[in-house]
Design a protein around this ligand. Structure first.
Ligand SMILES: Cc1cc2nc3c(=O)[nH]c(=O)nc-3n(C[C@H](O)[C@H](O)[C@H](O)COP(=O)(O)OP(=O)(O)OC[C@H]3O[C@@H](n4cnc5c(N)ncnc54)[C@H](O)[C@@H]3O)c2cc1C
Length: 636
């Protein structure tokens, strides 16, 4: 591809530039769209959705013609003002809203993910640096280097290296068992993490970040596909499961095994290994003062978040991978600890079948990602930790462990939406940790409010507006503060099925109660922002008003905002292979062994008995620590 992007015809190129410029007009900080953005957008389209330039060009041609019915002219021949007017109309059109939103997100990522833009906000980009050599690398091998048809013997094979798998593998390796990890993704060390959303979506996210749940809205369900699982791309927030949630689970499951007092030592252990501690003031930044100021005026309870990033140096891009290695995710803690105790890690190795013999799991068939080479790992016990979406897909695809009919059901997602406000002073969220402080005043209602420092290339997509309004927002992004709602789902109505091509088909419906809670929670964020001196507030979503003063809050609270107008994200899929005593209503026992196949254990987010109402990594870690003790008793 040459700088002019010759894979588009001159006609298509003219349409592309006209559309992109109408979406993102040049501003003070926002540079003009030109050939660089066009080229990068074509690359993003190919990386994320597999769209070649030819198909992309045809879609552009269709949008060019879509202007005809309302204006009598093609898009590229309208005046710049006419183009922006039309884009604004398309932004809310039931038919064109989603194609425009998806296209705009690609263009925004392509435009903002670049050194020149970051420099305009006074931030260095790209980030990252060399990693130190480590001896345990000799224990890591790519599945693509296997001999096809090879057999490997071990005591325990662990599939997936997120918190569930990494912890069970490490604990059992320390008990002297021979552990083999199979991980579909690659091992990335800090030199891979350059702060770029494009790099991250291309290499570290499952389904390139576009794996989505469909229902009354389309929501991306985000998960990592690399060693460390989602912990290697997460925000590092650490919460113990609230006692009232554990009590709810125990009551439903008819047990006291998950009571806070029984899990205490497991939480202590994972917190020690992950060095969980409250954020230092230097990583919180001005958003901390805003939240404290607002809460103190309103009499609301607030707190400093705890994270597993004790040496955080404010790279501001945790969810793209930590360039300084300060976040102590599984790839920096439990996996190296396991490898040092003799475990072996096969990367690029996708488990495709659990080998079952006479009702007992005896191993796993894995396929290497690139070369499709197969190996069989024989083991006394098989531990599945692929995450709450891939684990049910594996089981359903093979048709095992589903005598209860519960595999893939009970999915909860913790609907999360951000809300922003403009201040008279610098906030510069992108220069600090993305998660500084929280407000727990409304937690028992299911609402946890936390500060959210969205990186520049991230915020541009989180705010779905286009045209001059968008550029004005980005121009003053240094003075914008953002908080997010983490909502305890009203129901666990989500479901994972096997879709076409063997991938996940995920459904989820936001309930009336969730919709009501989202309006209420975001109105509370805006109330807090106004109390802290905000000039105006921006609910982020489609067709959202700008709130110019506290007087606008009442009307906002009365709004009925449709599910499809929220731009929400699911970072916490949980519950799709639920735990319980009763084989008729659950998939695994309280020992994490599946009811249907002996010596097959599930230890990831899928066994978590319900939404945790807080970020769940520590819950998964503590439950996995508990599971490791139990699995150890089953091994010879
Ligand atoms: C962007 C983001 C930010 C987040 N922020 C926070 C936060 O701040 N705090 C918090 O508590 N939680 C956070 N979370 C959630 C948290 O990281 C997850 O809940 C947790 O990591 C889930 O653990 P898991 O073991 O279930 O699965 P995962 O962590 O998803 O790990 C599963 C692993 O299994 C691998 N795998 C899948 N299928 C196969 C297969 N067939 N064969 C081999 N390997 C396979 C995957 O590649 C992956 O590496 C965040 C999540 C995301 C995506």
């Amino acid at each position: 591809m040459t700088p002019e992007g010759p894979s588009l015809s001159p006609e298509q190129r003219a349409t592309a530039l006209a559309l992109f410029r109408a979406m993102i007009p040049a501003g003070e900080r926002v540079p003009a769209v030109g050939d660089r953005t066009l080229r990068a957008t074509l690359e993003v389209a190919a990386e994320v959705s597999g769209l070649g330039a030819e198909t992309f060009g045809r879609l552009l041609g269709a949008l060019d013609l879509a202007a005809l019915p309302s204006t009598g002219r093609r898009f590229q021949s309208l005046s710049p003002q006419g183009q922006e007017r039309l884009i604004r109309r398309w932004e809310t059109s039931p038919l064109l809203k989603w194609p425009i939103f998806l296209l705009a997100n690609m263009v925004k990522l392509a435009h903002f993910d670049c050194t020149e833009v970051y420099a305009r906000y006074g931030v260095e980009f790209p980030k990252g640096g060399p990693d130190e050599p480590v001896a345990w690398m000799s224990q890591v091998q790519s599945g693509d280097d296997w001999e096809d048809g090879e057999w490997i013997e071990c005591d325990v094979v662990v599939v997936g290296t997120g918190p569930g798998g990494a912890i069970v593998g490490k604990e059992l390796a320390e008990e002297g068992h021979a552990v083999v990890f199979l991980e579909e993704g690659k091992l990335h060390r800090r030199d891979s993490f350059d702060g770029s959303g494009r790099t991250s979506i291309k290499h570290f996210y499952r389904g390139h970040g576009v794996m989505s749940a469909l229902g009354n809205s389309a929501v991306p369900v985000l998960a990592g596909r690399l060693v460390g699982g989602s912990t290697a791309i997460n925000t590092a927030i650490c919460f113990r499961t609230p006692t009232w949630i554990l009590d709810e689970w125990c009551e439903r499951l008819g047990t006291d095994q998950l009571k806070a007092v029984r899990l205490e030592r497991h939480f202590e252990r994972v917190e020690r290994h992950s060095r969980v501690q409250p954020n230092d003031e230097k990583v919180i930044g001005p958003i901390g003062d805003i939240v404290r100021r607002g809460c103190e005026k309103l009499g609301w309870s607030h707190f400093v978040l705890e994270r597993n990033a004790p040496d955080c140096d404010n790279q501001g891009c945790c969810d793209w991978g930590c360039p300084s290695g300060a976040r102590l995710s599984m790839d920096r803690t439990y996996i190296p600890m396991a490898l040092q105790r003799g475990a072996v890690l096969f990367t690029d190795s996708r488990a495709v079948e659990v080998i079952v013999d006479n009702g007992r799991a005896v191993g796993v068939v894995a396929e290497s990602v690139e070369r499709k080479r197969k190996i069989r790992v024989r083991a006394q016990a098989v531990v599945l930790a692929c995450g709450a979406i891939p684990t049910p897909v594996l089981l359903l695809g093979q048709g095992i462990c589903n005598s209860s009919g519960q595999v893939g059901r009970n999915l909860s997602l913790h609907p999360g939406v951000p809300a922003s406000a403009e201040f008279d002073h610098p906030v510069e969220a992108y220069k600090y940790s993305p998660s500084g402080v929280g407000v727990d005043q409304f937690h028992r209602e299911g609402q946890m409010l936390v500060s959210v420092g969205l990186d520049i290339n991230m915020v541009s997509s989180a705010h779905p507006i286009l045209g001059r309004r968008f550029t004005e927002f980005m121009d003053k992004y240094d003075r914008i503060g953002t908080m997010g709602v983490l909502l305890k789902d009203a129901t666990r109505n989500g479901r994972v099925r096997v879709g076409p091509g063997g991938g996940p088909l995920i459904t989820y419906w936001l309930q009336e109660e969730d919709l009501r809670q989202l309006v209420l929670a975001t109105s509370r964020i805006h109330e807090l922002f106004f109390a802290a001196g905000a000039r105006r507030c921006y609910p982020l979503g489609h067709r959202m008003p700008v709130l110019e003063s506290p007087a606008d809050l009442e009307a906002y609270r009365r709004r009925r905002i449709a599910a499809s107008d929220w731009v929400w994200t699911a970072f916490h899929p949980l519950g799709t292979a639920q735990m319980g005593h009763d084989p008729a209503s659950s998939v695994v026992s309280l020992d994490n062994e599946t009811h249907d196949v002996r010596r097959l254990f599930i230890v990831d987010g899928s066994v978590v008995p319900g939404p945790t109402a807080v970020n769940p990594q520590l819950t998964i870690m503590a439950l996995a620590t508990r599971a490791a003790e139990r699995i150890n008793r089953y091994l010879d």
